[in-house]
Design a protein. Structure first.
Length: 307
């Protein structure tokens, strides 16, 4: 999960159309979430060539670069309601039906992060209480523009699930090599049972494919590249000066990757390059001891600008 900037004033037309407004009023009047129209929150429209498109899906795919808001893997985009539009698992809350077309409540998610049973589904635990539609009314307005925004609601409910457009994931999440060395685990760093831990559990962010795919990044884009440079030095195909330059170029490339939002696992990429300790534990701990020491020394020199 990474911090994402979404322009909440640049709302897809389908979400503010007359059809959407009329539909929302009907849903609120009846409190019937079965009346929610996926064509509206997906943004169905007819393209000039006669084919059909999904405006909201397309806009979220552009903003999130085709990645899941939670696990950061590239995915077929499914519209995820951060606050469930239906019933909320484990509570008597009837669901946030009045937020069904709210732009700040719509995120792109993969099937695995959002499926019912084992992942988010309709889970939405909070520290305070789940707000109802009545809690968000002002002067008998059916919808208050401020009180339906995710940032306002989060300030009142204190949800455990991180919202990538509101929260800074770096403050809650970190990474480590799995205890069995079968992958890279994501861990919470804001205390046991804190938002980091809860978010990981809610979306099942340590499922086996994710552990392995994160490890593949470490192995294929970091560890293997370092091994190649050491192998060239060992074979005498590069000089010590060239070795230094190649290590520097690799670190520069890894630094550029951590800010490239189009890449998968940008939080992991940032974490690996954030400190010498992170780099050592995740990227080079399986190298021979002498190579670990050399690579770590070069990394520290790169970080302090002396490489």
């Amino acid at each position: 999960m990474r911090k994402v900037v979404k322009d909440l004033n640049n709302i897809p037309a389908s979400l503010v159309s007359k059809e959407a407004i009329d539909s929302l009023q009907n849903i609120i009047d009846t409190k019937d979430n079965s009346l929610i129209k996926s064509d509206i929150y997906r943004g169905k429209y007819l393209k000039t060539d006669g084919s059909k498109g999904d405006e909201v899906v397309e806009k979220l795919a552009e903003i999130y670069h085709g990645k899941c808001a939670y696990c950061e893997e590239r995915t077929l985009i499914y519209i995820e309601h951060y606050r469930p539009k239906g019933n909320v698992q484990g509570s008597r809350h009837g669901g946030y039906y009045w937020l069904c077309y709210e732009w700040s409540n719509l995120l792109p998610a993969c099937h695995e992060c959002n499926k019912i049973g084992g992942s988010k589904g309709t889970q939405f635990p909070v520290s305070n209480k789940h707000l109802t539609h009545a809690d968000c009314l002002t002067n008998n307005q059916k919808i208050n523009p401020v009180k339906v925004k995710a940032a306002y609601l989060n300030s009142k409910e204190a949800p455990f699930l991180l919202h990538p457009e509101i929260d800074e994931p770096k403050e809650f999440l970190a990474f480590e090599i799995d205890a069995n060395k079968n992958g890279v685990s994501i861990i919470g760093i804001d205390g046991i049972g804190g938002r980091g831990d809860k978010a990981i559990g809610i979306c099942n962010l340590n499922r086996q494919p994710l552990l392995l795919n994160r490890l593949d990044y470490i192995n294929n884009y970091v560890n293997t590249e370092i091994k190649k440079i050491f192998a060239k030095l060992s074979k005498g195909s590069i000089s010590k000066e060239m070795f230094r330059e190649e290590m520097k170029e690799l670190f520069q490339k890894l630094d550029s990757h951590k800010t490239d939002e189009k890449r998968t696992f940008t939080l992991l990429r940032w974490f690996v390059m954030e400190s010498a300790d992170n780099f050592h534990k995740l990227a080079i701990s399986n190298l021979p001891r002498n190579e670990q020491e050399v690579a770590l020394a070069f990394f520290k020199a790169y970080k302090n600008g002396t490489l």
